[in-house]
Design a protein around this ligand. Structure first.
Ligand SMILES: [Fe+2]
Ligand SMILES: [Fe+2]
Length: 331
């Protein structure tokens, strides 16, 4: 075992160190509380043998400090014959055992065996805890994977109905992340943004197919129905996601910078950031995809649209990033 002896009486401490070393232990010895605390902060010990009566910081005080840095530390008090009141107090404060000076070899051996037993139990307890934590972590990952998998298939189900929207959500997600990266968002935020982009149109499950898939122009009433999809998506996702940004991206991706969008007609920076980013990504994706009623737009046409609508539909700063992304694309 690795043992630390703290005793102000140097001959006693050194004697104890010698006899414990003979038994095969690795022993350090210090004669005051300060030194002991220094060592305890930098080194792991299996056992601390602590003299109760010391001039500066006595054993009881030191015991309290040790338990603050390591509540599981095994501390055995070393005591003279007349200090039983203090022994009682230290046991109450969490000392594991005590031995009485002068040391009796049998008692010493008995104490060391008890300490060994305790260390074994502590180790088992710790291993079991680590095992449980690892298991919970793995389960959480599994649940998360299943959850995201089912969300992805739900998205695919919506997109399968309409070949013209194939991969729309995935593309919007990727494009949003590309914008977010250029804005310097953190890795965690980019991850949330990718979910939000992937899920932004999930509310379309709540729109009747005859409207969602209608090839002709929509009537104003039908358009009103389509406009419900951000709020429907938000309601679907609210019980599943705690992150507000993810939900905001879904709810506000059809807001316009000039305040003429839906569902709330928010203006400028009142539109949550994820809504503004996904709004731009969504528009770029729609313009660069084939539609039954028009061919896809060329790169320059998309750039032209972004410029024209900057400050109207789009946040000017994010539109600029969208333009940069388009310019960086080949062809
Ligand atoms: Fe949408
Ligand atoms: Fe969309």
């Amino acid at each position: 075992m690795k043992i630390l002896i703290v005793d102000d009486d140097r001959p006693v401490g050194k004697g104890l160190k010698g006899s414990l070393e003979k038994l095969g232990h690795e022993v350090s010895f210090v004669d005051n509380g300060e030194e002991a605390m220094k060592l305890l902060k930098s080194t792991m010990y299996d056992l601390v043998l602590l003299d109760i009566m010391m001039p500066d910081m006595d054993g009881i005080q030191l015991l309290g400090k040790i338990r603050q840095i390591d509540p599981d530390m095994t501390v055995v008090m070393v005591t003279g014959v007349k200090e039983f009141e203090l022994v009682r107090k230290s046991l109450q404060l969490g000392a594991f055992d005590y031995i009485v000076k002068p040391f009796n070899p049998n008692e010493m051996e008995f104490m060391l065996n008890r300490v060994k037993e305790r260390l074994t139990i502590l180790k088992l307890k710790k291993d079991y805890q680590t095992f449980l934590e690892e298991k919970v972590y793995q389960q959480t990952l599994k649940v998360k994977r299943i959850f995201l998998g089912s969300i992805a298939s739900l998205i695919k189900t919506i997109e399968a109905k309409d070949p013209y929207h194939k991969d729309h959500s995935e593309n919007v997600s990727k494009l949003s992340v590309e914008i977010g990266k250029r804005m310097g968002l953190s890795k965690k935020e980019l991850n949330n943004l990718s979910y939000s982009g992937l899920l932004h149109d999930i509310g379309k499950v709540g729109i009747p197919d005859r409207i969602l898939l209608k090839a002709d122009k929509l009537t104003p009433e039908e358009y009103e129905v389509i406009k419900r999809h951000p709020a429907i998506g938000y309601e679907i996702l609210k019980p599943l996601f705690e992150n507000k940004n993810i939900l905001d991206g879904v709810l506000y991706h059809h807001e316009r910078y000039d305040g003429t969008g839906f569902p709330e007609g928010l203006k400028k920076e009142r539109i949550p950031l994820f809504g503004r980013i996904i709004g731009v990504a969504d528009a770029i994706e729609a313009m660069t995809a084939e539609r039954p009623y028009r061919a896809k737009l060329s790169r320059d046409e998309v750039i032209g649209e972004l410029e024209r609508n900057s400050g109207k539909q789009f946040d000017p700063y994010i539109a600029k990033i969208g333009i940069k992304i388009m310019e960086d694309r080949n062809g």
